[in-house]
Design a protein around this ligand. Structure first.
Ligand SMILES: Cc1cc2nc3c(=O)[nH]c(=O)nc-3n(C[C@H](O)[C@H](O)[C@H](O)COP(=O)(O)O)c2cc1C
Length: 192
């Protein structure tokens, strides 16, 4: 494996949002399977493998759009915004695949919950990097119904589990501009 190649992959990875997708162009399911295999190779404490993914594509995207917009309507209460409802109904249809990201809690509970969540975040970074390596676009959203407590039951999750958002994937029509990061020296201190 070439370290230089990985340096470039990690540094050029960008979020690509649904409005930038070549909407209507489907990604091969075999590629999505490879990406999901990479996700399951993430580090995890205590061999809990606490990720639980649901992949939506084709008609499945319409089902997701219907479920999440309806949930939003039912649960948003005073925060309800019509534009957000319409976005939840329409935006999934711009993607090729959407992955619901769940944290399935270990039964033994030896591992603190935060570590199961961290492991799932590692899995999502594998998805981000894999999507980039395949020349596709995507992003992790924690918007919409993610943090409505009862939404998780619609994504194969139970009482102890957490819905952590959705990863949208599509072919790229409009690439994201280069991003900026603070100089790493600002974030890294050394003890010599
Ligand atoms: C945990 C997490 C949640 C995110 N949720 C959202 C979101 O709800 N909406 C959104 O537009 N972007 C979301 N993003 C993507 C960020 O906007 C994006 O990573 C950030 O703008 C940096 O851009 P980059 O990914 O191209 O480096 C999320 C990213 C992470 C890690």
């Amino acid at each position: 494996m070439q370290a230089q190649w990985f340096n470039e992959l990690a540094r050029k990875r960008r979020s690509v949002f649904p409005d930038q997708f070549d909407s209507g162009r489907k990604v091969d399911d075999e590629i999505i399977k490879e990406i999901m295999i990479n996700a399951t190779w993430a580090p995890n404490h205590g061999q809990t493998e606490p990720w639980q993914f649901t992949v939506f594509t084709g008609e499945g995207l319409k089902k997701l759009a219907a479920v999440q917009s309806q949930l939003y309507k039912e649960l948003a209460g005073a925060d309800y915004v019509e534009g957000k409802y319409l976005k939840l109904q329409q935006q999934p249809l711009r993607a090729s695949h959407i992955i619901a990201i769940g944290m399935k809690r270990t039964t033994t509970k030896r591992i603190p919950e935060i570590e199961d969540i961290e492991a799932v975040a590692c899995a999502v970074q594998n998805i981000y990097l894999s999507v980039t390596a395949y020349g596709l676009g995507g992003y992790w959203t924690t918007g919409g119904v993610t943090y409505f407590e009862t939404a998780k039951y619609h994504f194969g999750l139970g009482d102890e589990d957490k819905l952590l958002g959705f990863f949208y994937i599509g072919h790229v029509a409009i690439p994201s501009p280069p991003a900026k990061r603070a100089p790493f020296e600002d974030k890294v201190s050394w003890v010599l």
